[in-house]
Design a protein around this ligand. Structure first.
Ligand SMILES: Cc1ncc(COP(=O)(O)O)c(C=O)c1O
Length: 485
């Protein structure tokens, strides 16, 4: 044993002699048990750990203490933590340190004894949702047109389950896909007036799959600074340079395009309807710039589809821009009322994706009943401009009332908007007040949104009634004194 180890051993034994029942340190051996041999229980153990932390200037998680330990285990633990600390100072980390670092700071939530996240909802989406046996007016769902619980669309899914079962249990390239899956791909492509599409189990998967197939280290991706995390994650899977332009600012995009002529290809990435502010991309200007600079335009219209345009075809319908984008992606988990995602565009690009996109062919396909329901949902979306009129009207009423009361709101043009707050704590506290009044909303705090724009997002879906909107307005009126925006 070297002197360093000997020192650790003597220090630990002296400390154990102080804390435990055996007062003669020389009688304490490596195989002496902490509890049975020295009478140190878990409470003494915590004291022991904190003394060891002070002496050796290391962190020892309480979870490392267990009264069945032997003296030698503690000595080895200290030695390991000291070695780890030395390695960390050289930029390394041991496994225990890594695991220990993986903790979520829940102190803002603990401070107010409330969490708006991962709630167990005891009902499906409907005019009211049930939590803890109470009914809530839901201003949080992305199911704009109230499709997720629509009787006819559920019937389409049930019919498909009866025919195809629950899953093909395999990746589409290996096991194949059901004919209804293919019919859905052609349906969404046709709806968006594109050649073809491929369906993914989620919109996130679709967006992460795009960029590595298109861009390489000689390219630049120029993205709106507010694009969704799934797109950013996709961009980060390439070696292309990633640059951002100011949100919805075509002039800034133009500057970025001008300044990047040295790249092999410039990709421009935007959303159609932005999912936290509820504003719409100026696709007319952006697509003209993409054309002028011969760049490849990708639009994620997860929130726009079903919401924008008389027939709900989204941003492409709003700007009559069906042939002005190179790829359009979307989620079925918003106004289509289901789950899943897709990429749509020119036939050869989609075919290339089918054979090259790992997020597609290494992942079990969208279940057939979702594909069947999605076909029915697209027909529903197309037919129901009345519901779009209704949700825009509700948004205008609620938005107008809140604005008059002095709430700071995002510059929304759609049925989705955010109430802006000064900081995360105020956002969470206000979200608790709303919850106590049985209004269900979604709180966004960093890192989901930038540090300076925590918010509560409101979405006026077709599940709501005039009465619900009036009730929500009266709740916001009663809480306006508690609002700190
Ligand atoms: C703009 C946008 N794109 C993509 C996604 C991901 O879609 P999905 O939930 O289907 O994975 C979301 C979901 O929040 C989104 O808001």
């Amino acid at each position: 044993m070297d002197t360093f180890q000997e020192n650790i051993e003597n220090t630990v034994k002296n400390l154990l002699a102080k804390v435990g029942e055996e007062k003669d340190a020389s009688k304490i051996k490596r195989d002496t048990k902490i509890k049975d041999g020295l009478g140190i229980d878990s409470l003494d153990g915590i004291e022991l750990i904190s003394a060891l932390e002070d002496i050796f200037q290391i962190d020892i998680p309480d979870s490392n203490f267990d009264s069945s330990l032997k003296v030698g285990d503690i000595i080895d633990l200290i030695q390991a933590r000291l070695n780890a600390a030395a390695e960390r100072s050289q930029g390394k980390i041991d496994k225990a340190g890594l695991i220990d670092s993986l903790r979520v700071d829940k102190s803002p939530l603990e401070k107010i004894s409330f969490t708006p996240y991962y709630r167990n909802i005891e009902s499906g989406l409907a005019s009211k949702i049930k939590i803890g046996n109470k009914e809530f007016i839901c201003l949080g769902t992305n199911d704009y047109l109230a499709i997720a619980n629509n009787r006819k669309i559920k019937a389409a899914a049930i019919k498909a389950i009866k025919k195809y079962g629950l899953s093909m249990c395999g990746t589409p390239i290996v096991i194949g896909q059901t004919d209804i899956n293919r019919a859905f791909e052609l349906k969404i492509a046709d709806f968006l007036k594109q050649d073809d599409a491929i369906a993914f189990p989620s919109g996130f998967q679709a967006n992460t799959g795009i960029f590595q197939l298109l861009a390489n280290k000689d390219d630049v991706i120029i993205a709106d600074k507010n694009i969704h995390s799934s797109l950013i994650n996709g961009c980060l899977l390439t070696k292309a340079k990633l640059r951002f332009f100011k949100h919805n600012d075509a002039e800034d995009l133009k500057l970025a395009l001008k300044g990047s002529s040295k790249y092999r290809m410039r990709f421009v990435v935007i959303e159609g309807l932005y999912s936290t502010d509820g504003d719409i991309a100026p696709l007319d200007k952006i697509s003209s710039l993409a054309k002028e600079f011969d760049s490849f335009l990708i639009v994620d219209d997860a929130h726009g589809i079903g919401v924008l345009g008389k027939e709900g075809r989204g941003i492409l319908e709003k700007f009559n821009a069906y042939n002005k984008v190179d790829l359009i992606t979307g989620s079925l988990g918003k106004a289509i009322g289901l789950s899943g995602g897709f990429i749509s565009g020119k036939e050869n690009i989609i075919d290339y994706f089918k054979y090259n996109c790992p997020m597609y062919f290494y992942s079990t396909a969208l279940p057939a009943h979702i594909a069947a329901a999605a076909i029915a949902a697209i027909d529903f979306v197309q037919k129901h401009n009345d519901l779009r009129i209704k949700i825009f009207k509700y948004k205008d009423k609620l938005f107008g009332a809140l604005k008059n009361m002095g709430y700071h709101l995002s510059a929304s043009e759609t049925p989705l908007f955010s109430i802006l707050f000064g900081n995360s704590q105020q956002t969470l506290e206000f979200s608790k007040l709303l919850f106590e009044k049985q209004i269900y909303t979604v709180a966004f705090i960093p890192p989901s949104v930038p540090e300076d724009s925590p918010r509560i997002r409101i979405l006026t879906s077709a599940y709501l009634s005039d009465k619900d909107i009036d009730k929500a307005i009266s709740v916001f009126e009663s809480l306006k004194k508690d609002y700190a925006g």
